[in-house]
Design a protein around this ligand. Sequence first.
Ligand SMILES: [Zn+2]
Length: 248
Amino acid sequence: MCDKPDYPLNCDGSRRRDFLGAMGAAAALGLVGGSLFTRSARADALTHAQRDEMTPQQIIEVMKKGNERFRRGERKNRNYLREQKASAKGQYPAAVLLSCIDSRAPAEVIMDLGIGDIFNCRVAGNVENEDILGSMEFACKLAGAKVVLVMGHTACGAIKGAIDNAQLGNLTGLLAKIKPAVEATTYTGERSASNYSFVDAVARRNVELTMADIRKDSQVLAELEANRSIKITGAMYNLATGAVEFLG
Ligand SMILES: [Zn+2]
């Protein structure tokens, strides 16, 4: 474990480096052995300069490293109170996530991120709509986030509901937005909600289709991606293993 508050070492045993001073070196090292979200005494939340110096791919690497720590049972020497105070007057999140409401897939926990690091959109089945696109456009165009990450997960109840044609109040309309992924999934085995292999294949296809929908329905985000200001990508979180698999 690596949970001693204010202990001046990283989880990997190296001395904690000052974030601002380490930016160039960290980039040159390909982020090996450390995270760009390292907190120093004077930077308890991601600052404007820190976020802006990172490329979209570096931000994705930070999330991958965080998930690796999570899977090892480690976490950063995080002080939520200091992060809260440091971010109270402004936020400079590096990414905006669209993930499922599932209680077992909290992005900050499974990728060891802190207060102010990412924007979160959560809806059952991680499908987009106008309000979510508007939120993403705010996150990227106005607030400067550089990664749009659509994250599905295994054994997703919303995906199962779409496969089973579940009907319930407003849920019916939500599941209808997932059904194109069911139809678009190529699968030779049993196409049922009780076949988790099929459920997970649909969840993955649903992530891909949601990414395509984001590009199609948001000119703002499509342009930001075209000029390489942002990266739109996808991931699947495995509830059984704790692994976040990035799709691109
Ligand atoms: Zn789900």
